[in-house]
Design a protein around this ligand. Structure first.
Ligand SMILES: *Cc1c(COP(=O)(O)O)cnc(C)c1O
Length: 372
């Protein structure tokens, strides 16, 4: 049996006719950059998320970069975030000449340990970026509270968490700005790069709108120096089709997560495999189903050999990256992140998986530990 980590072809087969029709109509229009298609997607996402404003940009990375910029983050400023995330979270801070200040994660959820945030705040801190890793929200209540008491902006990295909720509120609508990615492997993935910024603040939304087109509101009038960070109409057309399926696909991921829990219970690997936990109040969308295991790299090679795709998110925490040596952290600075980097393994979780495939994954893991 073959179980890839993600099978986008299986998803595409369900929606092929609709997607092709949408792409065809963009081709007929020959209008590819921003325009009505992107505006339609922005409206759809505003409605879906319950966000006052949504602004399409070129990628999730740019969503973070532009969000930090409109919060006034610049050279000499500090932004608090986690070292256990995709590089773009911290990279966007550095790109603005600001300094990422890391805070460790919680061992159970892999998300920012909100209780440690306050002690990392200095007079130079401008913002906090909680990452809703693997599809569930970080502890926004406490993070927003710390931010409010110090006058800091909260920029949510919701790249992996579209449709996730905390106490009924959508990820990306709780802080000052929310950042989404449409990278193909995200829960709402385009046919290329894309991203979105959401906010409840009309003035900030307007500034993001300007920044994505070289800081201009009116052609050839530049009020600030911005970027080329436009979402294109072909992506928007694909994403609008996919958005109508998102809740169904999310339910499929959640059903598979529940199925994994049942299957793992049966094979009694509690001392070898730690399953992901969901915080009370969170609606988890399982962009990844990430377990913690012993002998992770051996298990991963064994599974590969048996036709099962897995991935390590993330093998090297950001404070240990070469480019961040200058920040002065060392091994041991963030023990929970470092341990996660050694133990985490993401299993296939996409909606189209069959029960047989899920059972095969769990049985194969059990077979590995019966020998080790
Ligand atoms: C994917 C991702 C990003 C970056 O999104 P791109 O669209 O690839 O630029 C940022 N943060 C996290 C946590 C991500 O998973």
């Amino acid at each position: 049996m073959n179980v890839p980590l993600l099978d986008l072809k299986a998803q595409y087969r369900q929606i092929r006719a609709e997607v092709m029709a949408a792409l065809e109509s963009v081709c007929e229009e020959q209008a590819f950059i921003l325009g009505a298609r992107v505006a339609d997607l922005e409206k759809d996402l505003q409605r879906y998320l319950g966000a006052a404003h949504a602004v399409g940009v070129a990628s999730g990375t740019d969503a973070i970069l532009l969000s930090l910029m409109v919060c006034g983050v610049g050279p000499g400023d500090e932004v608090v975030t986690v070292p256990y995330t995709f590089f773009a979270t911290a990279g966007s801070i550095s790109r603005l000449g600001a300094k990422p200040v890391f805070v460790d994660i919680r061992p159970d959820t892999f998300n920012m340990d909100a209780a440690q945030v306050a002690e990392r705040v200095t007079p130079r801190t401008k913002a906090i970026i909680p990452v809703h890793l693997f599809g569930q929200c970080a502890d926004m209540e406490l993070i927003v509270k710390v931010a409010a008491s110090r006058g800091l902006a909260v920029v949510e990295d919701a790249a992996q968490a579209i449709g996730a909720k905390q106490h009924g509120r959508q990820a990306g609508t709780i802080g000052r700005l929310g950042c989404f990615s449409f990278f193909p492997s995200k829960n709402l993935g385009g046919f290329g790069d894309g991203g979105m910024v959401t906010t409840g603040d009309a003035a900030l939304a307007e500034r993001v709108r300007m920044l994505r087109v070289h800081g201009s509101r009116e052609k050839y009038l530049h009020e600030m120096v911005g970027f080329n960070s436009r979402l294109d109409a072909l992506q928007a057309a694909v994403l609008r089709v996919k958005l109508t399926y998102l809740d169904r696909w999310t339910e499929g991921r959640r059903r598979n997560a529940t199925q994994y829990e049942r299957l793992f219970q049966d094979v009694k690997l509690q001392d070898r495999v730690t399953l992901p936990t969901t915080d009370p109040g969170n609606y988890h969308v399982f962009n990844q189903f990430t377990i913690r295991v012993q002998k992770r790299d051996e298990l991963r090679a064994y599974l590969k050999d048996k036709g099962i795709g897995t991935e390590v998110y993330y093998p090297i925490p950001l404070h240990s990256q070469t480019c961040y040596r200058e920040l002065g952290y060392r091994t041991g600075s963030f023990p929970v992140s470092e341990r996660a980097a050694r133990e985490a393994l993401s299993l296939p979780i996409y909606a189209e998986l069959s029960d047989d495939q899920l059972a095969y994954v769990v049985d194969t893991i059990a077979a590995f530990y019966s020998r080790h």
